[in-house]
Structure formats: C-alpha cells, structure tokens
Ligand binder design. Structure first.
Ligand code: AKB
Length: 343
C-alpha cells in the first residue's frame, strides 16, 4: 500500500500561496544532455515550439535545439542569469536536468556536490520566487547497500555510498521540504538507467547498456565494465519522456508522494542484453573487463524496484521491454550508421 511519506512535517506557511498552474511556458535546464536533448522536442510537440525554452551551459553542441524554439546559454549555478531567463519567458515549469552522474561523481565528489546541489538549490529558489513547478530527476542511485535490493519499496532505507546518491537523497528531501514549507510544486521520479539513441550518456554506471548497442552496430567487440549477473533497473527513453510529462500533469490531489517515485520498465544483467543483441546479430561478441568502481556502485543499487505507488498515484505504465527496445535501438542506430552519422 502507498502511504503518505514523510509524515508530520509542518505545512507551508499560511501566507504562502500554493500554486498549481498548467504548464504553459517550460524551461529545460541541462537541455543538451542525454535526457534533455530528447525531452525538449518531446515537450515542444505537446506544448508548442515557442513555449519550451532549451538552456545549457554550452549551447554549441546542441544548436539543433535552437532551430525550432528558444535556446539560451545558461550556467545553472548562476542564479541571477537563471532567474532572468525564467522571467524573460514567463516560465511556469522547470525541468532541472543538470547532473554529474555516478561514476564521474566519484572522480571528483566536491565538484559533483557543487554542480548537482548548486543547480538544484537555484532551481528550487527560482521556482519558489516565480511560482513555477519543478521537476528534478532522482535516481536508483539514491539507494545503497542496506536497501532491500529485490522489489525495492517506495519508502525504504536510503543510505547511498556515492556522492551522486547523497545528492539525490538530499534533492528528494529538499523537494519535499520546498513543497511543504513554501508550496513549490516539486515532483520527481527515481530514474533507472536510461537507454537512448540520440545523445550518449556520460559518466554513469548504467551507460554500458547504451554503449553495447553502438558497438554491435559498428561491428565492434564490446567490453562490459560490469560483471555478469549485475541486475539493474533500466528504461527506454520514450518511457522516460512519457513519465516526465505524466507526473507533471498528474492531479496533485492524487499524489501521496512527490519526491521521488520509484519507476521502472525492465531489469536485466549484462549477459541478458548480450543475448538479446545476439538473437538479432549472432556474430556480436562481448567480453568483461570489470571496473571496480562501477561494480561497487552497481552492486549497491536495486536489482529491481517496486513502482506500485507511481502506477497507483499517477498511472505510470511503461511500454517498452528488453526485446522491443533492442529491435528499435538496433534499427535507429543502424540507420544513423548507414548515413555516416555515428562517430
Ligand atoms: C548513472 O548510472 O549514474 C545514471 C543513473 C542510474 O542515475 N544513469
């Protein structure tokens, strides 16, 4: 059963207006990354090109996002510049996708905290000052070694061993705090590894599940950094995009949770994704060369999460599984390869 969590935190100040607005003008911060580069066109398709502003630290690699809608250079750590953009476009919903991921975070924990928490605090404050709703993804990385790994419950022990996870747990707490204390409409999901074919992820522990498809299409042998048997939750990008909009459009009176919902679509380990690819490309080969940091991180994360609360509270219902995703990934990446678009 989905219980209200946490309980007993004082409601937001009485003189604070609790604002629930329709998403009309949306800002995607960190738009050039793996999720942002696909979320921007997805949102533009629903809400209109001119109503979805893409912003990134460095727009040069994501100029494509400026072709049919607004694109801004934005350092999310610069609160003044961030607030100016929110005011300029009368933004009422922010998707804060700025993050240094789990494996990169362990190389420089101080920088990971500075970027992940700096962008989040600015997003929360700017959302509060401007009455904007805020979506910030959490992750399976918010869990740790002492969390139940099989059927990880929605409300459970959260004691991560990575700086990425520490930021995610802190972010979840802050999101709920800003909601209860100031009435900010902050919502979030705990994303599993996201598999996609537009922009490569960078610095994550689950990245192997994207890279393996590119290696297969290029006719290369893949070296897997995680050991066989390492189960992790995963999701194909179309389901991740659907989740973002479905949660932000959900009736707030139905939400017992906010920050953050377990959501999953599939769980597999490296030899299963290998088998799925080999079923379609029997010549494909994978070897293991285990990265001890990634192994430790992956082993501290759930094997699979229980996402019943997301299903019950806002209708989460993923479409893609390992088989259908593998068909699509290989087709899309092969098309790009044929056109000479792969590096
Ligand atoms: C990572 O591997 O760091 C991310 C995540 C699961 O949050 N993909």
């Amino acid at each position: 059963m989905c219980q209200q969590f946490p309980k007993g935190i004082p409601k937001y100040q009485e003189n604070t207006t609790y604002i629930i607005k329709d998403m009309k003008n949306i800002l995607v911060v960190g738009a050039g990354g793996q999720i942002g580069s696909e979320l921007v066109p997805y949102l533009r398709n629903i809400y209109g090109d001119s109503h979805v502003v893409a912003a990134d630290l460095n727009c040069a690699p994501c100029m494509k996002l400026g072709e049919n809608g607004p694109l801004e250079n934005l350092d999310a750590l610069d609160g003044k510049q961030y607030a100016e953009i929110v005011k300029k476009y009368k933004i009422d919903a922010i998707f804060n996708l700025v993050a240094l991921l789990s494996a990169t975070g362990e190389k420089n924990p101080q920088l990971a905290w500075k970027i992940n928490m700096g962008a989040l605090m600015n997003s929360l404050e700017i959302a509060r000052e401007n009455g904007a709703a805020l979506f910030t993804p959490s992750s399976i990385g918010a869990f740790g070694n002492n969390t139940p790994h099989d059927g990880t419950p929605q409300d459970t022990i959260m004691h991560p061993s990575t700086i990425y996870g520490v930021c995610k747990v802190t972010g979840e707490l802050l999101g709920d705090y800003y909601h209860q204390r100031f009435g900010v409409d902050a919502r979030s999901v705990r994303f599993p590894g996201i598999i996609s074919n537009e922009t490569l992820p960078g610095g994550g522990t689950t990245d192997y599940a994207v890279e393996v498809y590119y290696a297969a299409v290029k006719g290369e042998q893949f070296t897997c950094p995680l050991p066989e048997g390492t189960y992790l939750d995963m999701m194909y990008m179309p389901d991740a995009l659907k989740a973002c909009v479905q949660l932000m459009e959900a009736d707030p009176s139905k939400l017992k949770h906010r920050n953050s919902f377990n959501i999953s679509a599939m769980s597999f380990e490296p030899s299963q994704i290998l088998a799925a690819i080999q079923k379609r490309m029997p010549e494909f080969k994978m070897v293991y060369n285990v990265d001890p940091i990634k192994k430790a991180i992956a082993e501290s994360w759930p094997n699979y999460m229980d996402d019943t609360c997301a299903r019950n509270e806002w209708g989460w219902n993923p479409t893609w599984n390992l088989e259908t995703m593998t068909d699509d990934m290989l087709k899309v990446i092969a098309d790009k390869h044929a056109k000479g678009l792969l590096k």
